[in-house]
Design a protein around this ligand. Structure first.
Ligand SMILES: NC(=O)c1ccc[n+]([C@@H]2O[C@H](COP(=O)([O-])OP(=O)(O)OC[C@H]3O[C@@H](n4cnc5c(N)ncnc54)[C@H](O)[C@@H]3O)[C@@H](O)[C@H]2O)c1
Length: 490
């Protein structure tokens, strides 16, 4: 078993040292700050004891500390994992010192979250020995490690690093070194699109959060998550990915977020962010559409829409008689009142004009069988009320939003899925690794490639194409990966 040398005894370093000790390795923890080292050893001891008192003492006997790599003795061919400050020069000098101290059999792993593994490796005498080992915080609890291949990484080094991570109880997603790797890249759309929707005043932050949580099974909505991460930290990551991809419009930072960062509204840690955490304040709740649960009379399902049929079945307890469609996507006709349709990215105004009848558009959700909240928009107040009542009968709360292309969840989810497909198309990671990374690294309810397949890649394409037509903004252009998937599925 390779000995492990963890450099940097901060938040990440102590978590990594803990899991390596628990897996049976000898571990040396290095940090120039004496107090950091003492605190880290105390914390690791407490955590190991809490987890398993019978093995903690033995594990702690395998832990040594040092202030400098040059002082580490009796260690052969270690796995060195650096978790020092996020600076290229510091990481390069730490890994260079490590290879000089321990020799060419050493594996040099960097826990960088935003720097290029290729660039770090290029500054080190043996670049083929350098690999990314991107852990997530808190390390003992988070199951994902992104194993990052630099341009010059030796494949044996990559595979052995992955084996070690698996032996530590982690699941591995392989990724080629590129900005944000998988998780920090694909997740950008969760924040970025939510910010866009609020910036264009289509919806409030608290309504987006409710729709993503109660409507789609996410543990946290994007705004409460930004408040937890730190609004300014999230903004910095966005800038890193945006500039890393040569200012690609899909990653363009948000003016709203930058303003909040500048104002010191950083979220929970400053007691104010998108929400107010000061004592005596309470969180504003989004206002649902007034509705009394009831089934409309004279409803007919025209054409085929599996998700609309599921919502009806939830409301009525039985299937709805159907009519042959006109070749277009399925919809629900409510007698003379108008038409209800799931969004495909067109606005309600456009749909009403195309179809010559009032229209209500219902947002999409990951699972219509369990969703408890959904956004709606429409051209007629009576039809909006009837739709909200139908949804209430299905146990779904309806929130009225502006007549926005792709509404809320469908647009956010489509942007995430497009990025996921682009990551696969560019050979940065496989579809399986992208989905695994997003589920384990961000706690998404399912992987974006899987949900694109569920929605139908052609529906995801349609949502983005219509948003592109409406805004003429290149951020909504679909990637070739998604288009190929859409063509294959239709
Ligand atoms: N915190 C997270 O959520 C998170 C998640 C994934 C990756 N990362 C990455 O992990 C790395 C560490 O992050 P952190 O949050 O643990 O930082 P931290 O500030 O908590 O700890 C950094 C530690 O590195 C030490 N250090 C600085 N220069 C050093 C040197 N030359 N040699 C040895 N030790 C040195 C500091 O004394 C400090 O103890 C960064 O690259 C960060 O981007 C952080």
């Amino acid at each position: 078993m390779r000995p492990v040398c963890v450099v940097g005894a901060g938040t990440m370093g102590r978590g990594i040292a803990q899991v390596a000790l628990a897996a049976g390795h000898r571990v040396v923890l290095c940090d120039p700050e004496a107090e950091q080292l003492t605190n880290a050893v105390d914390e690791i001891g407490r955590r190991l004891t809490r987890k398993d008192p019978s093995t903690a003492a033995g594990a702690l006997q395998r832990l040594a500390t040092a202030h400098r790599i040059e002082q580490v003795a009796d260690v052969a061919n270690p796995l060195v994992i650096e978790a020092v400050v996020e600076r290229l020069d510091v990481k390069v000098s730490v890994l260079t010192a490590a290879i000089q101290r321990f020799g060419a059999g050493t594996i040099l792993a960097t826990n960088t979250s935003s720097l290029s593994v290729t660039e770090i490796a290029a500054g080190v005498p043996n670049p083929e020995r350098v690999v990314g080992m991107h852990f997530f915080n808190p390390v003992p609890a988070m199951r994902l490690v992104e194993v990052v291949r630099g341009r010059q990484s030796d494949e044996d080094v990559v595979q052995e690093t992955a084996e070690i991570a698996r032996a530590w109880g982690k699941e591995v997603a392989f990724v080629r070194s590129s900005p944000g790797f998988i998780v920090n890249r694909v997740a950008r759309a969760y924040y970025g699109e939510a910010l866009r929707l609020v910036e264009e005043r289509s919806v409030s932050p608290e309504c987006v959060d409710e729709l993503m949580r109660a409507g789609n099974g996410f543990r946290m909505g994007p705004f409460e998550l930004m408040d937890l991460i730190g609004v300014e930290v999230n903004d910095t990551v966005t800038h890193a990915v945006w500039s890393g991809f040569n200012f690609e419009p899909r990653f363009a930072p948000s003016v709203l977020q930058a303003e909040m960062a500048a104002a010191g509204l950083h979220g929970r840690k400053t007691c104010r962010g998108f929400y107010d955490y000061r004592e005596g304040t309470s969180r504003a709740l989004p206002q649902p559409v007034d509705a009394v649960p009831c089934l409309p009379t004279g409803a007919v399902l025209v054409g085929h829409d599996r998700d609309l049929a599921t919502l009806w079945r939830r409301a009525a307890g039985h299937d709805l008689p159907g009519e042959e469609g006109d070749g277009r996507a399925g919809l629900l006709r409510l007698g003379d009142l108008g038409l209800i349709k799931l969004t495909d990215g067109r606005t309600a105004h456009d749909e009403a004009q195309r179809r010559g009848a009032p229209v209500v558009l219902v947002d999409r959700c990951l699972d219509p069988a369990t969703s408890r909240a959904v956004a709606i928009t429409g051209t007629d107040h009576r039809l909006i009320g009837a739709t909200a009542s139908l949804l209430a009968a299905a146990g779904v709360t309806a929130y009225l939003v502006a007549d926005t292309p792709g509404l809320i969840a469908a647009r956010i989810l489509a942007m995430i899925a497009n990025e996921a497909w682009e990551t696969v198309q560019q050979g940065t990671a496989t579809a399986e690794d992208v989905d695994r990374a997003m589920v384990l690294g961000t706690n998404y309810p399912c992987g974006p490639i899987e949900w694109a397949r569920r929605f139908g890649a052609s529906t995801v394409c349609a949502v983005l194409d219509h948003a592109h037509d409406e805004y003429r903004d290149p951020r909504y252009r679909t990637g070739r990966g998604l288009r190929v998937a859409a063509a294959a599925s239709s």
